[in-house]
Write a new protein. Structure first.
Length: 409
């Protein structure tokens, strides 16, 4: 298949960034960027990027995603962007994950991770024989035929599905089915020996966040035994399942979404866990803080994994500005010497800034702390060293050290 080409010049002030392998194309880097106001330029158009004297820098594609307008595909001038190009990228990515396919305890992981594997805007996940492709812009979606063909030629599969992570009313998802045999959902998968149900046909999220795999295992193996554990923004209860399997005395899972109740119950039952010792509450987390204060509830461990942005009837939460306050509220309901597992998945907050947020939160909460360990993305979520935002996940295991009250004389 032949794709459209457009030649563009990079501003001198941004040249070093792209020469140093920066993958995201942003509007301000392009000379004469008013050209993108022309609605006749289609997403998926290939862009030949040059310096001001016309010397080749890279080949990119045009595709609007968040703050960017495209991604670099190749830095080799003569390299063709065709079916073979995409097949090679997919093959190289999957080859790096071969060992994961042979793990009898885990059969769900990421096989292609966007700019970390050389094609920004595209991710592919494997779930126990089925693949799920995520398209993050109309631009990368325009290469669908080549990418799907390459995937089908490389891997064996029960089914291939897709999700569009961009707005386009012209595209009908058909539940996202592409190839193979349509699945009777849920798909049952294993992660480090535990079982979970996933659904490709129930909204944008499938039921488990694969990037937290090592964090869940750490909670089960090292922190749960005998503990009273609270899981906030619990989604389908995966953290709670691992905590319970690690010997937690009891767990409480809190999430605002109504479907979290049914999905969490399903995952507990899959793992033969007693629901009497594992409470599931459909409630706004911020209202639950108030409930804990009234009832004087404290937990030995609190797992805090909020979305980057959340909105309820009473509260609006943004990780960028509200995380320290949220963490400070969590400190109040954690026992002295208890553990908070604080997670942040905002790509605009790096590890250093996250640690500063933790410090601010403990100042607000009038307590001291010790960071016991920090986790970031697992190896299958490959990152791009020139694009720090690609390493978005930050999880800190924090010991809470509360100030003792001074006795009056």
């Amino acid at each position: 298949m032949k794709y459209r080409f457009l030649e563009l010049k990079i501003h001198q002030r941004h040249l070093d960034k792209y020469k140093d392998q920066y993958p995201l194309l942003f509007k301000e880097a392009i000379m004469g960027n008013h050209i993108f106001e022309d609605s006749t330029i289609q997403e998926g158009t290939l862009l030949k990027l040059t310096d001001e004297r016309g010397h080749f820098i890279a080949t990119a594609y045009y595709g609007i995603q968040n703050k960017g307008i495209g991604w670099v595909l190749s830095r080799i001038e003569k390299e063709k962007i065709d079916e073979l190009f995409f097949k090679k990228k997919l093959y190289n990515a999957i080859e790096k994950r071969i060992k994961l396919y042979n793990n009898p305890k885990t059969n769900a992981f990421r096989v292609f991770n966007g700019e970390g594997d050389g094609i920004g805007g595209l991710t592919i996940d494997f779930f126990n024989g089925s693949y799920l492709i995520n398209w993050y812009s109309q631009g990368i979606y325009s290469f669908k035929d080549s990418i799907v063909k390459g995937l089908k030629e490389i891997v064996e599969y029960d089914a291939i599905y897709e999700k569009m992570r961009f707005d386009n009313e012209m595209i009908e998802e058909n539940h996202g089915f592409i190839a193979g045999k349509e699945v009777d959902f849920p798909i049952l998968l294993k992660e480090n020996g535990e079982q979970f149900a996933v659904y490709f046909n129930d909204g944008s999220m499938v039921g488990i966040f694969l990037d937290q795999r090592e964090v869940r295992r750490t909670i089960r193996n090292n922190y749960s035994k005998g503990k009273n554990i609270l899981n906030l923004f619990s989604y389908t209860g995966a953290f709670s399942v691992f905590a319970a399997k690690g010997g937690a005395r009891n767990t409480t899972s809190v999430d605002l979404a109504n479907r979290s109740l049914e999905r969490t119950q399903e995952n507990f039952k899959l793992n033969n866990l007693n629901l009497d010792d594992n409470v599931i509450i459909v409630e706004d987390v911020f209202n639950y803080f108030n409930y804990c204060a009234k009832k004087e509830l404290k937990f030995d461990m609190v797992i805090l994994d909020p979305p980057s942005f959340a909105k309820s009837k009473d509260f609006v939460f943004s990780a960028e500005k509200d995380y320290p306050v949220l963490l400070a509220e969590t400190i109040k309901i954690t026992t002295n010497n208890g553990i908070i597992v604080a997670s942040n998945n905002s790509s605009t907050i790096d590890l250093e800034k996250f640690q500063q947020m933790i410090g601010k939160a403990f100042n607000l909460g009038k307590a001291r702390f010790e960071i016991l360990e920090i986790h970031q993305l697992p190896k299958d979520f490959r990152t791009n060293h020139a694009y720090p935002e690609s390493n978005y996940l930050k999880v800190a295991f924090i010991k809470v050290i509360k100030k003792s009250k001074t006795l009056s004389t």
